[in-house]
Design a protein around this ligand. Structure first.
Ligand code: NDP
Length: 412
């Protein structure tokens, strides 16, 4: 196993140190990508609990103008940005006279990402988060990364850019935060393997036939976590664990054989690492994303947080089992995509993003998601991938193929 590259503490360079009039220079400024989403709202709650420590520099969202306006009025950022430019006039009208700049569209979004800040939390969903995250790396000192799809699709580009700009990447995904915490200050050569835990999702005990016929409301009923729709569907198919598998390879500089996926239905152990002396270090906590978010914002310190403690007596036991690969085929495809290379990982993600959107749109039942992805991965995805435009081209081409397959499986 080689050493982790840029996932860890960084120097104390001055880049990105931003201060607004009348504010304490010791306060950390945060640019929040995906502010209106589940992670974004959890992050704002952490900030709400620590108004003396954090301030919001920029709020970036897709199209939820109502939430953005509400949060802008509460947190008073220097700027807000929406991907959907048609919403900009309504936001500008609502924030008129507040001293908050309103930006919109792709260029506006990238401009917001490039405002100097101390911490950028990247929580846009899907590959849509990649370009803003890359832009943010030019202006921040720390990337708190939730958007796993940007690592899956542009892992090398993102890790290299982080290193070039001397930005530390601190994982937000609960599993990767757990691994990061367990590895902290441990000799890396002592690491035997990483145990990535998975809740198993709502279909953990369902029969293959029932899974295939499942409807969106069933797949959206996650037993432990309250998350955005796309990641919740990915949890139900174990695609989320597949994406996290690749995310862990990049973040911790691992090889596929270094990671074991274990189903742990209670989502209390967020992941663990095993050392050569037979010791395991695990990180436990209630399933509440505010804890790993706060850790990513405060590392190497810890902030007090108003989250529910674990009730161990009520919990009583922790269960572990092997994943049912035959009924959840997307998990194993992560290793295949990784071995095939960057174009295959981009296709893997794009096929899934399109299939999940079609499923949520009611075009077919749950089983078709895996069929669209597995059949799409039969194609040889091996074109060379250099920069962002190569990634975007490969993404488009996989989405075209996904749409053909989706049309085949869509119900009349
Ligand atoms: P949500 O769907 O709840 O939120 C997604 C956010 O991204 C929203 O703010 C949305 O804006 C914004 N967005 C979507 N498309 C665009 C776009 N093209 N340009 C700009 N902004 C856009 O997702 P989650 O918060 O659940 O997840 C976000 C990321 O974090 C995902 O990558 C997920 O895998 C990861 N993650 C999530 C966890 C969770 O508990 N939720 C746990 C660990 C990781 P709007 O709504 O305004 O359109």
């Amino acid at each position: 196993m080689r050493r982790a590259k840029s996932c860890g503490p960084k120097g104390t360079g001055q880049k990105g140190r931003a201060k607004r009039d009348g504010q304490d220079s010791a306060m950390k400024s945060i640019t929040l990508l995906g502010a209106s989403g589940s992670i974004g709202q959890s992050c704002l709650d952490v900030v709400r609990q620590h108004p003396q420590v954090f301030r919001i520099e920029a709020l970036v969202a897709g199209r939820n103008a109502t939430q953005l306006i509400k949060d802008a009025l509460e947190f008073r950022p220097a700027c807000v940005a929406l991907a959907d430019a048609s919403q900009a006039p309504a936001v500008a009208h609502a924030l008129a006279g507040q001293g908050i700049e309103v930006l919109a569209g792709r260029d506006g979004l990238l401009e917001a990402c490039q405002r100097p800040n101390d911490i950028c939390l990247s929580a846009i969903t899907g590959i849509a988060g990649l370009e803003p995250t890359l832009a943010a790396l030019t202006a921040t000192r720390r990337l708190a990364l939730a958007n796993k799809e940007s690592l899956v699709c542009g892992g090398s580009l993102l890790m290299e850019a982080a290193q070039r700009h001397e930005v530390a990447i601190i994982p937000v995904d609960s599993e990767h935060s757990a691994i990061f915490q367990a590895l902290h200050q441990q000799p890396r050569k002592a690491l035997r393997n990483v145990v990535l835990t998975a809740s198993g999702g709502p279909f953990r005990t369902w029969s293959a036939d029932a899974i295939a016929q499942a409807k969106p409301e069933q797949a959206l009923a996650h037993p432990n976590w309250d998350m955005g729709a796309k990641v919740t569907i990915d949890s139900a198919s174990l695609m989320n664990k597949a994406l996290e598998f690749i995310e862990a390879l990049y973040l911790f500089d691992l090889q596929p054989g270094d990671i074991e996926v274990v189903v742990h239905r209670q989502s209390i152990i967020h992941s663990m690492v095993q050392f050569h002396d037979g010791s395991y270090l695990a990180q436990l906590g209630a399933p509440d994303m505010r804890s790993p978010i706060a850790y990513a914002l405060t590392y190497p310190d810890r902030a007090a947080l108003n989250v529910a403690p674990l009730d161990l007596m009520t919990l009583g036991r922790l269960d572990f089992e092997a994943p049912r690969h035959s009924d959840f085929p997307l998990l194993k495809m992560a290793e295949h995509a990784w071995q095939e290379g960057p174009a295959a990982m981009i296709a893997f993600n794009a096929l899934n993003e399109e299939a999940v959107a079609a499923f949520l749109g009611g075009r077919f039942t749950f089983g078709a998601i895996a069929r669209v992805v597995v059949e799409g991965m039969d194609k040889a995805w091996n074109q060379p991938i250099g920069g962002l435009s190569d990634i975007q081209d490969a993404d488009k081409s996989a989405r075209r193929l996904a749409q053909e397959r989706i049309a085949r499986y869509a119900e009349a």
